[in-house]
Design a protein around this ligand. Structure first.
Ligand code: ATP
Ligand code: MG
Length: 419
């Protein structure tokens, strides 16, 4: 992508109405546009990051046999009444609207009810189970506060997966598997090290559940975590009972306290929804049973915002390689370097190296460097008359200070070497 053609521009100043670092940096660098508090549009760079995150998640979920679908935002109230989740007294963050004929509709804040209802059409025998179904979909929640930038939205993208199993035993196996799948996902997007499997309250579905909490000052939760044993408890839900139920001995742990962001969670739902909505199967002997369910969420924008909170410095974002919008940011300094830089840009593209190319004329070297640090692509390449004199290009990693010179001829090899 040529930067001269990218319609977004970086801002000189951080937006004054943003208090969170993620929204400040993402807005300043042109990844997102704020429509209103808690409601963001994703611009070309932001969309690229989001799609990379989704692709990683999709790959890991497909690997364990899940199937992707996409459900609707508009929801009619009857199925939600059956599970007692329509009332604003029970669910306090509904957005609701009406049809012309005054029939009430809701904008989905989650999808247990509609998917259970869909599954009634396809599940009837034990032979149909287990099933794992997921989607990437926009959720609507009328959140009281929205001050965490893209980490807490009123309209936001979520990955939600639902499991349908024969019984608790079969469910528990998949639930354990998903702990590992989530760990892999958070490792791959670059925050594995500071993300903790965190015990928390499971109400209203079960006694306890697990969250995936990433340590960051920008988080809205507080966890007690053991960094050697890599396990944590949500401080809100901390109780001796949770521990003994799960077979842990508190004496074995050395807990520190820290702020954290809940990037995902996994729930055992049991038979609550299947019973309420009548999702039943018959076993080998013709006996009828409710399906045993689980739900597994990841907040896509919460995750993206958390990555920015964890990886930035005073100059801008420092994207982990796997989710970076581009792998290389090529800067041409001075008009007399454009010809060689164009050539290198072409070579990088031919070799499928994702490159953002700052080919803009009449922009100072200082501005180009500042934009490059702000946008946060992992590798910076600079071509100027000075480097070209010796047929070199300057190479620098975003997170490092040192620059090095690489021969133009050898730069492709260096980029292709995985380090
Ligand atoms: P929170 O406690 O932060 O409000 P939650 O537990 O109510 O979240 P879930 O219903 O479990 O959220 O949603 C699954 C995931 O979606 C969460 O783990 C989180 O990563 C993300 N998420 C929840 N609410 C928001 C929001 N308002 N904006 C962005 N992401 C969100
Ligand atoms: Mg949760």
């Amino acid at each position: 992508m040529k930067q001269s053609q990218l319609f977004t521009k970086t801002l000189k100043e951080s937006p004054k109405d943003e208090v969170s670092i993620n929204a400040q940096l993402l807005t300043k660098a042109g990844f997102v546009y704020k429509e209103m508090a808690g409601v963001y549009s994703y611009l070309p760079l932001g969309l690229k990051v989001m799609e990379k995150i989704k692709d990683i998640i999709r790959e890991e979920l497909n690997n364990v046999g899940s199937q992707e679908i996409k459900m609707t935002t508009l929801q009619s109230k009857d199925i939600w009444e059956k599970t007692n989740r329509w009332s604003d007294d029970i669910v306090d963050n509904w957005f609701k609207t009406k049809l012309k004929n005054n029939k009430e509709l809701g904008l989905a804040f989650t999808h247990e009810e509609p998917l259970t209802n869909i599954m009634k059409n396809f599940v009837s025998s034990y032979k149909d189970l287990p099933l794992y179904v997921y989607q990437f979909q926009t959720k609507f929640r009328n959140e009281l506060r929205a001050k965490s930038g893209i980490m807490r939205g009123r309209e936001f993208p979520m990955k939600d997966l639902y499991s349908f199993s024969l019984n608790k035993k079969e469910h528990d196996k998949f639930y354990e598997l998903m702990k590992g799948v989530y760990k892999k996902i958070f490792d791959r997007v670059g925050i594995g090290e500071m993300t903790y499997l965190t015990m928390s309250d499971g109400q209203p579905f079960s006694k306890y559940s697990f969250e995936f909490q990433t340590l960051t000052e920008a988080g809205e939760d507080i966890i007690l975590y053991d960094d050697k044993k890599k396990i944590a408890v949500n401080k809100d839900d901390y109780s001796d009972e949770i521990f003994s139920d799960l077979g842990f001995d508190q004496k074995d742990f050395n807990f520190k306290e820290g702020k954290a962001s809940e990037v995902g969670d996994i729930y055992s739902l049991g038979e609550k929804y299947s019973k309420a909505l009548g999702l039943m199967y018959t076993d080998k002997d013709g006996k009828s049973h409710p399906v045993y369910m689980g739900s597994y969420g990841i907040g896509i924008s919460r995750l993206m915002g958390t990555i920015v909170e964890v990886y930035h410095d005073e100059k801008g974002i420092i994207w982990p390689k796997e989710v970076a919008p581009y792998q290389v940011h090529l800067l041409a300094l001075g008009e007399d370097s454009i010809k060689e830089a164009d050539k290198l840009y072409g070579d990088l593209q031919k070799n499928s190296i994702e490159v953002l190319y700052d080919d803009r004329l009449n922009i100072s070297a200082g501005e180009k460097f500042a934009d490059c640090d702000l946008i946060g692509v992992p590798i910076r390449l600079v071509v100027s008359q000075k480097t070209l004199k010796e047929k070199n290009v300057e190479y620098k990693k975003r997170e490092e200070k040192e620059v090095s010179l690489v021969k133009l001829k050898k730069v492709l090899k260096k980029l292709e070497a995985k380090d």
